[in-house]
Design a protein around this ligand. Structure first.
Ligand code: AQP
Length: 336
């Protein structure tokens, strides 16, 4: 008898551009996993509200992210928009009651992002949503009973929290209702900022700290050319900045150039300018292909919007089924 196909779930926030950290850390895996699994991928607009946001841009950012995801190869039938599936937020309330305050307060992303907001002088905007969003994330994952969750390394702690919530729920209801979702990483789960390789590539750190995958060629080359290479180098050890450029080259699957430049590094003859040029060439090649595909997709935005509303409605059926079962199990009422 054939085994049922396993489910893959992952999400991304519509907070602006998609960068090479998102792509090489997670989205590249989203695309390839579609060949072997039932995949569900979300544009999580409720999560994008947890940091200060612009109400005039939120909806458009979600559509832009959809075009971007499709341009890199995510199939539209696998995509949903979170605010079109209200069962996620309903389940997240239930999960709030299965998650301890102490566990949630240990989340490093809350501390890091809270610090960012504070440094920008907006302390009063550190919202309860920012504190609580890992619980919503647990609902995003568990509502589809996902087996695998392809994410970057920065999400490991949140995945652990999802498993803890699932375990607590199973314990309370006295059965193995939720399965434990497993994290899947790419070979490059943590791409660093080229401007400050001690940090991950990220949008919230500011413009210098991420490279947009649809970047115009001249600016992309400039960003790679100005990558920090030598700061913090220990004798005989590769600096974080140089290692990051090698990671990017590897992620672009340019192994011949990668291996020959690694040889030069080992022999002490590597010129950083050559490493930067090879990295920029590889990123530009990829980015040009994405831009071309994106132009094709955005030629008919209405059709895409229609398609995504349809796929969200289809994906919602599974979320409704899980929520109904959860409510039954814990003594809540279902409408019908
Ligand atoms: N630097 C990274 N390296 C590897 N993977 C990464 N991811 C994010 N940054 C890196 C992975 O991308 C997926 C989507 O992440 P997100 O929803 O947090 O998207 P984002 O808001 O676009 O990510 P940012 O820019 O990194 O946001 P901030 O600055 O808000 O933290 C996830 O699987 C994530 O692991």
């Amino acid at each position: 008898m054939s085994q049922p196909t396993k489910t893959v779930l992952s999400c991304i926030q519509p907070t602006g551009y998609m960068h090479f950290g998102n792509y090489f850390g997670a989205i590249k895996n989203w695309v390839s996993l579609q060949e072997s699994y039932d995949c569900v991928y979300g544009v999580v607009d409720y999560h994008a509200m947890t940091m200060p946001f612009d109400i005039k841009k939120l909806r458009n950012n979600s559509w832009e992210l959809i075009y971007n995801l499709m341009a890199v190869g995510v199939k539209p039938e696998n995509l949903f928009v979170q605010s079109l599936i209200p069962e996620h937020t309903e389940l997240s309330w239930i999960f709030n009651c299965f998650c301890s305050y102490g566990h949630l307060s240990r989340m490093t992303q809350f501390k890091d992002k809270g610090k960012d907001v504070k440094e920008k002088g907006a302390e009063s905007f550190i919202s309860a949503g920012l504190f609580d969003y890992p619980v919503l994330q647990a609902a995003d994952i568990l509502i589809y009973k996902a087996d695998f969750v392809p994410v970057g390394k920065d999400q490991d702690q949140h995945l652990e929290l999802s498993r803890a919530i699932a375990q607590r729920f199973n314990h309370v209801v006295g059965k193995e209702y939720f399965k434990m979702p497993e994290t899947l990483h790419t070979e490059t789960p943590k791409i660093k900022s080229t401007a400050d390789p001690s940090k991950k590539m990220s949008k919230s750190a500011g413009e210098k700290h991420y490279i947009n995958i649809f970047e115009e060629e001249a600016r992309l080359r400039k960003q790679v050319k100005s990558a920090v290479t030598d700061v913090g180098r220990e004798e005989g050890k590769m600096s974080d900045g140089v290692a990051n450029l090698f990671e990017l080259l590897k992620a672009c699957e340019k192994m011949e150039a990668h291996d020959s430049l690694v040889d030069s590094f080992n022999q002490g003859t590597l010129k950083y300018v050559d490493l930067k040029e090879a990295t920029a060439d590889a990123l530009v090649e990829l980015s040009q292909a994405f831009i071309e595909k994106r132009n094709e997709i955005t030629a008919d935005k209405r059709a895409v919007k229609y398609q995504i509303k349809q796929s969200s409605a289809e994906i919602r059926k599974k979320a409704q089924e899980t929520l109904r079962e959860v409510k039954e199990l814990i003594g809540l009422m279902n409408v019908k």
